[in-house]
Write a protein that binds this ligand. Structure first.
Ligand SMILES: C[S@@+](CC[C@H](N)C(=O)[O-])C[C@H]1O[C@@H](n2cnc3c(N)ncnc32)[C@H](O)[C@@H]1O
Length: 424
């Protein structure tokens, strides 16, 4: 039977789901103010997430095996967004007042108010996850956890070359595996046919899925015929494969590659003639193909190295992410604020204020510095209230600071009100 939520029918097929938090974040960030805009800003930030017993009777069962992953994706609700409002265009702080489409940003104000954070998984104890490198505030409802798997979650450059696979786990490289299979087919068709009991001889196009529309069908050739020098189709296959790689040059084919290509395109009669018309050794077509391959590979690598926009993993982002118009700030502490921070101890047994998440004065100072360096102010504050004091809290610390031209200065450090009890 279908469940109902108010007037709206809740069906998966319609994309309506009734969410139930699997737990709530306990975070070193108490308020939105001063919380980093992305988890990478403050690697020392910490949080913990207890899987709710109302979701799983035995929460520890649900996280079994998770300790084998270094990072986890956390899907959560921006529960402190205030009224649910969203606009098609937003002004991300990094654009310093300029607008862009909400879906090209990580703005919390979006139609479904769902956040996504990649956090480091420090440890798993029972049904509790200990996280670091986070940007979620205290009490954030968590909808789901998924392991971060770089093999799936980080796009890889298109690998054209079987050599790139050496020493790598091939299971996760289906595309390149296909290409390698096709090379194997070209080098040694019999080997492939032996692996395929239902087929007498391989058809690399079908076998590999590689786009080789012009590739002659080598299906009908017997290994004996190939051995007897009837290697035309095999060699054509290898040249077709290489010609496919021309595309990677974006039309700017280097002359050396073009020379190889000419040779590769010649018919067998031409290939076996020297310039003076004397018969030559039969051209090793596969060698030509491999040389072309090598050249393409070098070219692709160079293109990656010279490119400003592309990352080595074949991804790219707009320049406002990489070279934001908002510079990082220098951070300094007044001697007084530094002394105040030194009063915080690691455990509350010793009397006086103590940290809940940080392990030392240095960690706390570093975390405060990273948060301030990324300039946590809103664009409005940055532009309209430059000389106002800025307050935020981190762990059990309440911080007062101000911003000047290119810097932030910490003026005062006090125990955060909410944690004053423990300090006592
Ligand atoms: C820009 S969002 C990015 C969040 C996430 N990494 C993402 O990409 O979806 C991070 C900001 O959301 C705000 N925030 C964090 N937790 C929140 C919550 N539970 N409700 C509302 N806002 C929150 C904080 O001000 C933080 O600086």
């Amino acid at each position: 039977m279908e469940g109902k939520i108010g007037p709206m029918t809740c069906t998966l097929e319609a994309g309506n789901i009734l969410t139930k938090p699997i737990g709530y974040i306990e975070s070193c960030f108490n308020t939105k103010n001063g919380t980093p805009r992305q988890p990478s800003v403050c690697s020392l930030s910490r949080a913990c997430l207890r899987i709710s017993k109302s979701v799983f009777n035995n929460p520890e069962h649900s996280v079994m095996g998770l300790e084998e992953f270094s990072h986890v994706w956390i899907l959560f609700v921006f529960h402190k967004n205030g009224r649910l409002s969203f606009k098609a265009k937003v002004k991300p702080p990094r654009l310093n007042g300029a607008k862009t489409g909400v879906f090209s940003t990580r703005s919390p104000h979006r139609p479904n108010a769902i956040g996504l954070t990649l956090a480091r998984l420090e440890k798993v104890e029972g049904g509790t996850l200990y996280l670091s490198g986070i940007d979620m505030i205290e009490g954030t409802p968590v909808l789901d956890i998924k392991p971060y798997i770089s093999e799936y979650d980080s796009p890889k450059a298109t690998v054209l070359f079987p050599e790139d696979l050496e020493g790598k786990d091939r299971k996760h490289n289906a595309g390149t595996d296909k290409l390698e299979t096709s090379f194997t087919a070209i080098r040694n068709p019999q080997a492939i046919s032996e692996e395929l009991p239902n087929e007498k001889y391989p058809n690399p196009e079908r076998e590999t899925g590689t786009c080789m529309s012009e590739m002659p069908n080598i299906h009908a050739e017997t290994p004996e015929e190939i051995k007897n020098g009837k290697d035309l189709k095999i060699t054509s296959a290898s040249s077709s494969l290489v010609i496919e790689h021309q595309n990677t040059w974006n039309g700017d084919v280097p002359s050396q590659f073009a020379d190889y290509l000419t040779v590769a395109k010649q018919g067998p009669e031409d290939r076996n003639q020297c310039d003076d018309g004397a018969p030559s050794q039969p051209l090793d077509y596969l060698t030509v193909a491999e040389k072309m391959h090598e050249l393409t590979r070098k070219g692709v690598t160079e293109r990656h190295e010279n490119s400003n926009q592309c990352n080595p993993d074949d991804t790219f982002v707009p320049t406002w992410i990489k070279d934001a118009p908002v510079a990082n700030l220098k951070v300094r502490f007044t001697p007084h604020s530094e002394m105040e921070l030194r009063h915080f101890k690691q455990c509350c047994d010793s009397g006086g204020p103590s940290f809940r998440y940080f392990k030392s004065f240095d960690e706390a100072k570093y975390a405060i510095s990273t948060v301030l360096s990324a300039d946590p102010r809103s664009v409005y504050r940055r532009k309209q209230c430059q000389d106002r004091l800025f307050y935020f809290s981190l762990d059990t610390i309440h911080i007062t600071c101000w911003f000047g031209d290119g810097f932030a200065e910490v003026l005062r450090i006090q125990p955060h009100k909410a944690h004053a009890e423990c300090s006592k």
